[in-house]
Write a protein that binds this ligand. Structure first.
Ligand code: HMG
Ligand code: MG
Length: 288
């Protein structure tokens, strides 16, 4: 195997959104500044959601204002609605992401909308992003399993993927939100989604609750997927997915990809430094 595989770093958003302790903004900025030296093209660092729902992300504008922006790195933010979009634009995020679910139960728990309502809510965000030329990514949660509804039908994922794609998402990130996927279920899900769009417009976003994220990445590589989301130090989870452990650790994905013969363009020493910082943040939390 050879070629470039991109790791999309999501630790400062997907990781830190789930920490119980309110992490000081300066610590978040220090982590992002360290990650900016590692060679990532994209780092998700902010989320313009309701602070009542996710207080951990309430300082997103300050994080975007405080970081040292490295050349060639796109700093991304989640935007669930127009208000979030306006926040991200004002804070000068380089790209945004809308986030939906393939399952009704998680959609309701996470963004207080049915899947259909969420797509209606995303439409004006997509229009606004297009109007100012801001790249927009799309997430789909619960692509194989939902903590509320059980197994997800691959066709349900394909339907939402098609809708997000038609709205203008340049890439769809497929989330195993609760880390219950298996290589077989990932493969079946990808087969359905690939009927709607090419692998070059997909990313895998796998949480590592069951320790199968790396196997699921390998199953996705076999289907042609070449972008994977990961969080340095294995930070994170999702506040609305009970039991969800962290994202697969960036350094573990990097090492597996290198073992398999792929290039990631990342500096491992910097990754380890960032992973140490991330783990120290978590340790401090465990002590409080
Ligand atoms: P709602 O209650 O239905 O909406 O929430 P609302 O419009 O009635 O607003 C409720 C309150 O939030 C109001 O304030 C609004 O002003 C405020 P109040 O009047 O009560 O004082 N509000 C906002 N404030 C700041 N920024 C905004 C905003 N919008 C409304 N943008 C809503 C709907 C979507 C807002 C809410 O459900 C929400 O914020 N959900 C976010 C949940 C979240 O962030 N989850 C984690 C990210 S997703 C994830 O981790 C999965 C992923 O990693 C992939 C995977 O692993 O599967 C991406
Ligand atoms: Mg996630």
């Amino acid at each position: 195997m050879s070629g470039y595989v991109e790791i999309f770093e999501v630790g400062p958003r997907d990781g830190l959104q789930n920490e119980k302790r309110q992490i000081p903004t300066a610590e978040k900025i220090a982590l992002v500044n360290c990650l900016s030296e590692a060679g990532f093209k994209r780092i998700e660092i902010a989320s313009f959601v309701s602070p009542k729902w996710v207080p951990q992300m309430a300082d997103s504008a300050d994080v975007l204002a405080g970081i040292m922006r490295a050349e060639g790195v796109s700093y991304a933010a989640l935007t669930p609605n127009l208000r979030g979009f306006e926040g991200a634009l004002a804070a000068k995020a380089d790209e945004i992401a809308i986030f939906g679910s393939a399952s009704e139960g998680f959609s309701k728990a996470n963004i207080n909308a049915t899947v259909a309502e969420s797509l209606e809510r995303f439409a004006p965000v997509a229009e606004a992003a297009k109007a100012v030329g801001l790249p927009m990514r799309g997430y789909i949660s619960c692509v194989t399993d939902c903590p509320y509804d059980g197994a997800t039908a691959p066709e349900a994922v394909a339907r939402v993927a098609k809708a997000l794609h038609e709205m203008g998402c340049y890439e769809i990130s497929l989330g195993d939100t609760i880390g219950q996927a298996r290589p077989e279920t990932i493969d079946a899900m990808l087969a359905a989604v690939l009927e709607e769009m090419p692998a070059s417009e997909l990313a895998g976003h796998y949480h590592d609750t069951s320790g199968r994220a790396l196997s699921n990445i390998e199953a996705s590589l076999a289907r042609g997927v070449r972008v994977f989301d990961a969080a340095v130090g294995g930070l994170g989870g999702c506040p609305y997915a009970p039991g969800a452990a962290g994202n697969v650790a960036t350094e573990a994905v990097h090492d597996r990809l290198v073992e398999l013969g792929y290039e990631t363009g990342l500096d491992r020493a910097v990754l380890i430094r960032a992973a140490d910082m991330a783990r120290a943040m978590r340790k401090e939390q465990d002590n409080v």
